[in-house]
Structures are given as C-alpha cells and as structure tokens.
Design a protein around this ligand. Structure first.
Ligand code: GTP
Length: 661
C-alpha cells in the first residue's frame, strides 16, 4: 500500500543515500569505498519505482540487487580452503587495480539488511510470505549495527556509516508505514509466529556477536603471539651478537701490540658478514682514538684517528666503562657519526698481566639496519612493522597490503635498553585466517527464524481454517437435522389429522391399498350422533374435545385388534380391520360403540354420547375400495335412519361387472 508518509520516507532515504555516497566517494584509482552507500542507493531507487507503481521495474531491479548482495554474502561465507581470500582479492584487482575485496564488499550487516528489505519489498505486504518477519529482522539488524558502531572498533567493517544506517532506517520506516494498517487485521495470527521469529532472531544475533567477539579476540591473540615472537627474535639477535663480539674482543687479549690492519680486517670480516647491522667494528685505544676500523669504507676511513671522547660525547661514559673499568659499556640510542640512530657497544680488551684494558672493541649497531634485517624475515604481505623508542620511530617497514585497524606493541630488550616493536597485521592476513563460523551461524539463524515464522504462521492459518471448517460442519449437521425434522413434520402433517393426531383419509387410503391381498378385510365408518347439536350447545371447542377423546379411544380399540383407525372427515371416523370377517368386525364395532357410550361425554340433551357405525367386509376377490366405502357408508346411513347408536352390517359388496363370482 502506498501512502504519503511512506513515499516521503523513501525520498528521505534517497537523500541520505546520496549524501552517504558523496561523502564516501574518492577519485577512481584510489581505494573504493562506495561499498555500503551504493547498494543502499540502488535499493532506495528500487523502492521508489515500487511506490510509483512500476512493479515490474522494481521487481527486476530488486532481483538484480539481490543477486549481487548474495554474491557478496557468499564471499563472507565460503570457507578459506574452498576459495582463498587471495582469490577474492585477485577478482577485486581485476575490477580496479590495487583494490581489495573489502573495497567492493558492503559491510556484512548492511548486506543482510538490504537482502531483508528487498525480499520484503518483493513479497509486498503479504504476511503469509513472511513480510512482517523480514521487516522485524531488518529492525533488529539495524539495532545491532548501532551497537556495533558504538561498541568498539572491529576487524571488519560490519556496520554501515551513520548516514547509511539512517538511510536504512528510513527505508524500513517507509515499508512499515505502508503496511501497518494492513497487518492490524492479521495481528492475532501474526502475534505468535512473529514473537517466535523475533525471539530466534535476537538469540541468533546475540550468539553471533558472542562468537564474533571470541573469534576476533583469538585472532588478535594469534597475531599478538606472532608479533611477540618477532620481538623476542630481535632481543635474541642482540644477545647473540654481544656474545659473539665478546669472543672477538677476547681474541685480542693475548696480543700486546696494536692489531695489524689486515689482521683486524680478516678477523672482523666474518662478524660483519654475519651481523650486517654493524656499521663498523673498530679498535679504540685507551685515549679513545679509533685506530682500526672494518669495513674500510670511505666513511669509516674518515673516522680513523678521531678521538671518540670528543667526537661522541654522548658515548663517553660507555667508553669509560670499557677503557678504564674493564667492563662492557653500551651507549643509549644515540645519533651515530654515520648520521643514523644506533647503539655502540664497547668491549674491553684486557691486558693479560691485568694492567687494565689495552683498548676496546667498538661495535656500531645501526638500529634501522638491525630492524630491517629482522623485518626482512617477515612477510610484508602480512605485517607492517615499526621499531620505536618512547618518542621516536627508529625504523619502519610498510606492509605491501592494506593494514587493519589493529596494532600490537611488544617490548624488546636490547641488552637492558627497552624498545617497542609495533606490528600492524594486514587485512588480507586477518581475513584469510578469520573463521567463517560466526557469519555462517548468523545467516543460518536468520534463515531459521524466517522459516520458523512461516511454519507457525501457516500452522495458525491452517488451524483457524480447520476450526472454521469444523464450525461449518457442525452448523451444516444441525441444519440437516432441522430440515429432516421439518420434513418429517411436514410428512406427518400431510398424512395425519392435526386435531386428533389420527391418520387422515389420504393416509388411510394408502394403508388400505397396502392390504390389497388381505382377505377377509373389514371396513368401519363411524359417525357421532347429533354432533351439530353438541357444537351448537357446548361450543366448537368442546366439540373438538369430543372428537379427540373418541379418536383416542377408537385408536386404542382398533389398533389392539390389529387395525388402523383414522379420521375420515368432519365428525366421521373410519377403520380397517385386516383378516377380520363380518362377525369379528361387528363385535369390534359393537365394543367400540359401547365403549364410547360409556365415556363421560354427554349429548346436548344430557344423554350419553353415542355413535353409529356402518360395517362392511370383503371376503375374497380383488380389493374394491370404492365399493367397500360405498357399502359401509350405506350401512352407516341405515344405522342413522334406524335411530342411531347402532352397528349395521352391510351386505358384501357386489363384484364389479366382468369379474368372476
Ligand atoms: N367442533 C367441531 N365440529 C365439527 C368438525 N367437523 C365438522 N363438525 C361439525 O359436525 C357437525 C355435523 O353435523 P351434521 O352433519 O348435520 O350431523 P349431526 O348433527 O351429527 O347429525 P347426525 O349425523 O345426523 O346424527 C356440523 O355442525 C359440523 O360443523 C370439527 O372438526 N370440530
């Protein structure tokens, strides 16, 4: 549903996405950083197209963006041993020289948010396709982005910039404002499924955050150990060279005179070769003059004969230690005569008759060269390195690849002198070692949360459908029962007399037809005597009462004889007695007449109520209903004519013409 607020919010998202893109933009050739803002901008345009009813355009752009985002997500998910991080970087390199995959890939949480937003746009506002769950997940992912931004600097850029996050919130709000009214009707059905889905999403995000923190801190500890090892190597190197040089100094103790130049060069050469960071190895006499130096480079030659006390006042105390006290002396970090920072060790050459030092061996260690020698042992693709004092960078080795925001500081002990080695692991190194497990858990958890919502929603939908069906079934059964009862009532009314509840004439005729083979078959027609006077005297209601009483009694007597008693019309009743001959029928008719006479019913003149009965019997032959009725009626007429309150037997009905006797 497109509403004015939702359109406005999408336009706001567009503005924010454009601003984010402009702020992120850097000239081509440099590292690209449109990673988050560009897909947000594309999604906003897609949503705008949807708002303007260009559904097909919105659908196809949405699908295209979705494909790109899924590809980017795959680079987070695929294990290193399937596709190495270097391969992803090579792919990025092909797109723009010097770029890395991280320059192209939007932050993880932005990718997930955009996938949810586009998916919910594609399923429109349909709750049964999971739109509410997708939007709830987007909101939770955005909250997580806020936490990530506020929390701490992290290894990977997982969250978008503040502007990108604001644009994403606007997109979500635009979608929500269009559908809120629509969902209000669905809310009872949504409630359970949505709360379960949201709960699982929250748990997934918390679990992911915990896992990610653990993985990153392990990785940090890993690189810290590596960096520490480097520092230890450096310390060991210094220690080793000191020992070696001590041996070198000791080798001159037996010699009384000044070492010959060639001899000095011959003996110093292997040390210089092994420890390339020695700028020179010099023989210094007790007057602190440099008398021999190796290598004999032009710079070193210029030092010959110079008095170090004057030339290097900073090193005076160290020289004094070696030349006068006979102990190893070491300068701090000083500016060397060669113009670079370094340390000079002075190793005394003692006289064999213990007359004090005869001189000292001076070893000039260039710290940049020392650091460089060590730095060369590490891969420049993995670490950027710096060797530092408290306030000065002595040597630096830039990493070839881009470094991460992390840096490790390890202290180095240079024979009592404390330095710091700062190492900065490269992004490529960290990403290639980073476990994919947290991202896999996050993606799987979100997928499961969506599926859980779908299952619960479908279950609720099916359950309510079933409830509806059961209710309709019950109503239908009730309706069928009602109709059957009505039908029975109608049928009963059609075949019975409403006043006396006796079978009516039509029903009686059907009964009679059913006995077309029963012989003998007797028929009785009964008529109340002077009923008109009863009506006239006592009223019709009383007349009705008489009719009912006679009906009840007649039914009792006739049915107990196996016959059927029915109302014939007006104050007349009719009965059939199957398998009763004329004598048996007459007896029953007499019994009926007498029983009525003994009822407590009175005629208008006070005498007991009486009836007259005409009886006829068909003994054999084909059933002749009309003839039987005619005969019984005539017998009744005769009974009336003879004074009423009597039973007259009609002669058997004559056979119809043509029938055999
Ligand atoms: N109360 C009541 N009266 C009825 C009903 N059906 C017919 N009657 C009355 O029955 C009376 C029949 O009268 P008649 O046919 O003249 O016969 P009678 O008065 O019984 O005289 P006889 O038959 O000659 O003895 C009429 O007054 C009818 O109105 C009914 O359902 N209820």
């Amino acid at each position: 549903m497109v509403t004015r607020p939702s359109l406005n919010l999408t336009l706001l998202a567009l503005l924010l996405a454009v601003l984010a893109s402009l702020l992120d933009w850097v000239p081509p050739g440099q590292a690209l950083s449109l990673t988050g803002s560009l897909p947000i901008l594309a999604t906003t345009l897609c949503q705008l197209a949807w708002h303007h009813h260009h559904q097909a355009l919105a659908r196809w752009t949405g699908l295209a963006i979705l494909m790109v985002l899924i590809f980017a997500l795959a680079s987070f998910l695929i294990p290193e041993h399937w596709i190495a991080h270097a391969a992803w970087n090579r792919l990025a390199e092909r797109l723009i020289a010097g770029s890395l995959i991280v320059d192209w890939r939007p932050p993880l949480l932005v990718i997930l948010c955009l996938i949810m937003l586009i998916a919910s746009l594609l399923v429109r506002t349909r709750a049964n396709l999971g739109s509410p769950q997708l939007q709830a997940m987007t909101a939770l992912l955005l909250i997580m982005q806020g936490i990530e931004t506020w929390h701490a600097p992290h290894l990977l850029s997982l969250a978008g910039s503040a502007l990108e996050q604001a644009a994403l919130w606007s997109l979500l709000a635009a979608q929500l404002s269009g559908v809120a009214a629509n969902w209000r009707d669905h809310f009872p059905g949504l409630k359970r499924a949505l709360s379960a889905g949201v709960l699982l999403t929250c748990l997934t995000l918390l679990f992911w955050h915990q896992q990610k923190t653990l993985v990153e801190s392990n990785l940090r500890a890993d690189t810290q150990v590596q960096s520490q090892r480097l520092a230890e190597n450096l310390s060991r190197e210094i220690h080793d060279h000191l020992q070696a040089m001590q041996r070198f100094a000791n080798s001159w103790e037996l010699q009384d005179s000044l070492p010959a130049e060639a001899q000095w060069a011959r003996q110093a050469a292997p040390y210089h070769r092994d420890f390339q960071y020695f700028l020179n190895i010099a023989f210094i006499d007790t007057d602190s003059r440099i008398r021999r130096v190796y290598p004999a480079s032009a710079t070193n030659q210029r030092l010959l004969g110079r008095r170090l006390f004057d030339a290097q006042p900073e090193g005076r105390s160290a020289q004094g230690e070696a030349l006068f006290s006979g102990r190893i002396g070491r300068t701090g970090i000083i500016e060397l005569l060669q113009g670079e920072p370094g340390i000079i060790h002075y190793l005394p050459i003692l006289d064999d008759d213990s007359q004090g030092p005869r001189g000292a061996v001076g070893m000039v260690v260039s710290l940049p060269v020392l650091a460089d020698t060590l730095f060369r042992q590490t891969n420049a693709n993995h670490f950027g390195l710096s060797l530092m004092t408290l306030d000065q960078t002595l040597a630096e080795r830039e990493a070839i690849a881009r470094v991460a925001a992390w840096q490790h500081r390890s202290s180095i002990d240079l024979d009592g002198l404390s330095l710091t080695l700062v190492s900065r692991p490269t992004l490529s190194l960290l990403l290639s070692r980073l476990s994919r497990q947290p991202v896999v858990s996050l993606t799987t958890g979100l997928l499961l949360a969506y599926l859980l919502y779908m299952v619960l929603f479908a279950h609720h939908h099916m359950a309510s459908q079933q409830r509806l069906m059961v209710r309709s079934n019950r109503e239908l059964r009730h309706e069928v029962r009602n109709r059957t009862r009505l039908q029975e009532e109608v049928e009963w009314l059609a075949s019975h007399d409403d006043l006396t509840k006796l079978p009516n004439r039509r029903h009686f005729m059907q009964v009679l037809e059913r006995h077309h083979q029963t012989r003998p078959l007797s028929l009785l027609i009964c008529d109340i005597d002077h009923f008109k006077q009863i009506n006239d005297t006592f009223g019709h209601l009383q007349g009705d009462h008489y009719l009912k009483r006679i009906g009840e009694l007649g039914r009792e007597i006739i049915e107990s004889a196996g016959g059927v008693f029915a109302r014939y019309g007006g104050e007349e009743f009719i009965a059939c007695l199957p398998s009763h001959d004329a004598v048996m029928a007459r007896d029953i008719a007499e019994h009926l007449r007498e029983a009525i006479q003994h009822l407590d019913l009175r005629q208008a003149d006070g005498r007991p109520l009486t009836i007259s009965i005409g009886v006829t019997t068909q003994m054999d032959g084909e059933l002749q209903i009309d003839a039987l009725l005619q005969a019984a009626d005539e017998a009744l007429y005769a009974a009336k004519a003879e004074g009423r309150n009597r039973v007259i037997i009609a002669p058997p009905p004559s056979a119809p013409a043509g029938s055999s006797p």
